[in-house]
Design a protein around this ligand. Structure first.
Ligand code: GDP
Ligand code: CO
Length: 687
């Protein structure tokens, strides 16, 4: 790109504001060191623009825009830029947001890129911001308030989460994709000229009111003109000489380095763009106490460029609405401690003349939101970790992000795995096909948490054989055993068992056994009276000999003995008529006992499931490692709660080479029976 060199610059303390630069050539061709540029010209090489684009997020705020227009804007976004669509569109019966998701999803699929789409009213976002210590963005209903500026702040925080360097904003009501593309090029060009990490660039639109013939454009022109006039009044008084340097006081199309973006205050509604400039002037010119030493030493630069494409966007406002837009912009100027009496008076006169205020009234102050850096990013990402995958398009794990560390690299991965039928072959109990991959998982220091209906004894044997030293969840979520000293932060526990601390969720074996006996007595009595229900045979491991258990399970004697050592649950084999079995299971539930079917046996326990245990342990990992990403891998129905509790659930095939039908959202189906499938998906996970 070739830009006109700017002649005009205002220096106010550490802040440099450059006059508007015009584009001389949008594409300046290949590098040619032989050519000496004209002194009037600044050439920005393509490579420099490419480099910046890789580090840039483009936030697309959207609220019920024409989807065709939205599609046009999407198609104009340079491939290397990461897109975040921030929507506040209608949900419910007519689900506009769903349509936007579909469009973005198709776009990403066909163009082989990845993007984020977030609904501003998503409760997970509100929760994350509240936990991160940024409640100022929340409304009375506990959700993020309406407004483009609220969306922008969320966009800034998500860009930080993606470890990007720059964030740019482009409205999605733009009818000219070529203009949207040009904005991105302008952003990149300005950033490549910047001498400081604290930089902002703003677009001055070129529009042709005569061609549009719309009142709106003239009015909008007037609003901008008035905002700029008063901003320049303020700057003039600060610098003690006349200037008209600012032409972009209302520029919706603008971009910033995240280093600057996270330090600014944001006004709600139409005040947002003006407030950004005010915030820069307040914080970095030295007229008020300096807020950041680094920024004031390195300087803050504000670029302005004018586009060659016309700006043509949706016309929503009538004259009245357009005038309303003026008031918030002027209000943030008026209420700034930098604003002198003279400028204040001029603003009041302006607003009274426009009919926005009665004489003697003051413009109501605009609600300001604190700098986004106030939000604790570890908490923010920690709180989002369970939900993050569903914001990605294509849904799932973030791809490695170019130009920065991806989310996937920053967070600690934790794997929860079922044993029988998953890590262990459903027929042979062999883990051999998984062994090589398991070693890779271990070498990457990815915790491998066994989560199974197996007993502590059984799992201990396997842990020893495989050299796995991570916490484990026994008897279908009845207890979590954590090796002493595994977590560096202290945590509460229910008891100490050998070298472990144990968190107990389930009731004791004795209690389970007692209740189970009662239920069985009742059910048997009922069945006697209602012979048509069929017969029922229940054989419990606890009542069987070691040999019998070995026979039933195909386990060897040692393993069968360990399987019998139950602490919180009973495993049973249930046979009989369909109705009889159903009645029995219903009665179990009524008695407060849970049952889970692992393929052949039922595990009965009280007050616990794999999901709760997984969540508890996940919390401990978060407490110790910050952001974590959890993976779960299982094969059958009793894994459902575990799979539902992790960020990324995965399912291996059962013995008949099928996937048992499970109700788990976002489940990834892995080819391969048991350990074979296990090995396949873990290979991808460590890659
Ligand atoms: P104007 O272009 O300045 O007249 O303002 P618009 O009302 O057209 O809004 C500018 C952009 O912000 C458009 O892309 C809108 O779809 C979007 N937008 C408006 N309100 C909201 C909101 O509450 N949340 C989000 N995320 N976007 C919004
Ligand atoms: Co618009």
């Amino acid at each position: 790109m070739r830009l006109e060199r700017t002649r005009q610059t205002e220096h106010l303390g550490s802040v440099s504001i450059y006059g508007v630069r015009r584009v001389l050539e949008l594409d300046s061709g290949a590098k040619n060191p032989q050519i000496n540029e004209n002194a009037e010209v600044q050439k920005i090489e393509r490579e420099a623009i490419d480099e910046i684009e890789k580090k840039m997020v483009i936030v697309l705020p959207i609220m019920n825009e024409d989807v065709k227009v939205f599609e046009g804007v999407l198609s104009a976004m340079p491939h290397e830029c990461f897109i975040i669509v921030l929507s506040n569109s209608q949900r419910g019966e007519i689900d506009t947001f769903r349509v936007e998701q579909d469009i973005l999803s198709r776009f990403c699929q066909t163009t082989k890129r990845q993007a984020l789409i977030v609904h501003q009213k998503d409760p997970a976002m509100a929760r994350a911001l509240s936990e991160a210590g940024y409640p100022e963005i929340l409304g009375e209903d506990g959700l993020i308030r309406n407004g483009k500026s609220e969306g922008m702040i969320l966009g800034i925080l998500l860009s930080k989460l993606l470890s990007k360097e720059y964030v740019g904003f482009i409205d999605t009501d733009n009818y000219i994709p070529g203009a949207a593309l040009e904005y991105v090029k302008h952003y990149a060009a300005a950033f490549s000229l910047a001498k400081t990490p604290y930089v902002m660039t703003r677009i001055q639109w070129r529009y042709k009111p005569k061609i549009m013939g719309e009142l709106y454009f003239k009015k909008w022109g007037r609003v901008s003109e008035i905002t700029n006039k008063h901003l320049n009044n303020l700057v003039s008084a600060m610098g003690k000489f006349e200037t008209d340097i600012l032409k972009t006081g209302n520029a919706g199309e603008h971009a910033m380095s995240l280093a600057l973006a996270e330090r600014l205050n944001y006004g709600t509604g139409y005040a947002v763009e003006t407030e950004e400039l005010i915030s820069i002037l307040e914080q970095f010119t030295g007229m008020l106490p300096i807020t950041n030493k680094d920024a004031s030493e390195k300087g803050v630069e504000v670029f302005q460029t004018e586009t060659v494409n016309p700006h043509l966007h949706a016309d929503k406002g009538d004259e009245h609405v357009v005038l309303e837009m003026m008031q918030p912009s002027l209000s943030v100027i008026y209420h700034s401690p930098l604003c002198q009496e003279k400028t204040r008076e001029l603003i009041l006169t302006e607003l009274v003349e426009a009919g926005c205020l009665e004489p003697g009234q003051e413009p109501p102050p605009v609600r300001l939101m604190p700098p986004p850096q106030k939000a604790d990013m570890a908490r923010f990402s920690g709180s989002l970790s369970a939900d993050l995958h569903r914001f990605f398009v294509p849904e799932g794990l973030p791809l490695p992000v170019a130009g920065g560390r991806g989310i996937g690299e920053q967070v600690k991965k934790v794997v929860f795995t079922d044993l029988d039928g998953t890590l262990l072959h459903p027929g042979t109990y062999s883990y051999t096909p998984a062994l090589a991959t398991l070693r890779q998982v271990q070498s990457k220091e990815i915790p491998l948490v066994f989560c199974s209906s197996k007993t502590r004894g059984e799992q201990e044997m396997l842990r020893q054989e495989l050299g796995v030293g991570d916490p484990f969840i026994t008897e279908n979520g009845a207890a979590v055993f954590i090796p002493k000293g595994y977590f560096h932060r202290p945590h509460s526990y229910d008891k100490v068992v050998g070298d472990y601390t144990a968190l107990e969720l389930g009731i004791s074996y004795q209690e389970v056994k007692h209740k189970l006996g009662q239920v069985l007595d009742e059910v048997r009595a009922k069945l006697l009276k209602n012979a048509w229900l069929g017969s029922l045979t229940v054989s419990c491991f606890g009542d069987m000999s070691v040999e019998e258990v070995a026979m039933e399970t195909g386990l060897n004697l040692k393993a069968a003995e360990l399987a019998k050592q139950r602490e919180y649950s009973e495993t049973m084999k249930v046979q009989g008529g369909k109705q009889a079995v159903e009645l029995f299971l219903v009665e179990l539930k009524k008695a407060g006992l849970n049952h889970a079917f692992g393929g052949r046996f039922y595990t009965v326990s009280g007050g616990n499931d794999k999901g709760k245990a997984v969540k508890l342990l996940t919390e401990l990992y978060k407490l110790n490692f910050g952001a974590v990403m959890t993976f779960g891998i299982g094969d059958s129905e009793n894994d459902t709660p575990m799979l539902t509790a992790v960020d990324q659930p995965m399912q291996v095939q059962n013995q008949s080479q099928r996937w048992t039908k499970l109700k788990v959202p976002q489940l990834v189906f892995v080819r391969g029976i048991g350990p074979e499938g296990w090995s396949r998906c873990m290979t991808e996970l460590v890659a």
